[in-house]
Ligand binder design. Sequence first.
Ligand SMILES: N[C@@H](CCC(=O)N[C@@H](CS)C(=O)NCC(=O)O)C(=O)O
Length: 123
Amino acid sequence: MIAFYYGSGSPYAWRVWLALEQKRIPYELKLQSFSSGDLKTPEYLAINPRGRVPAIRDDGFALFESVAIMEYLDEAYDSGVPLYPGDAKRRATMTGPAIAAWIRRMEALPIVETTWPPHWKAG
Ligand SMILES: N[C@@H](CCC(=O)N[C@@H](CS)C(=O)NCC(=O)O)C(=O)O
């Protein structure tokens, strides 16, 4: 089972968490404390040398960086629920139904909302 390393309140970790849920991939939660130094232990740095969350370990394969993890999950686990729309234009304009578009929209909301084209604001 995938071990999912996350920290409370991390939007990068939410991205991976939502992907795991959406694809219905079984995982074990590994909560890391920022203040207790969990991310700087030798054990954790062996998983993510950058000492950040999120990270996963999948059958001995460790991976960090939320976007890379999402791409890995989407390709390695064919659960019939793709994270990305197949069509490039829908992917680029976030009009696809897939969860990746929604996750990007959620993450970008406080930053670029005022500059969004109208069709992004619809959903
Ligand atoms: N580009 C990374 C960013 C990860 C990141 O910055 N995570 C923050 C939490 S939101 C973190 O672990 N910070 C701990 C630290 O910098 O010590 C990703 O997408 O996974």
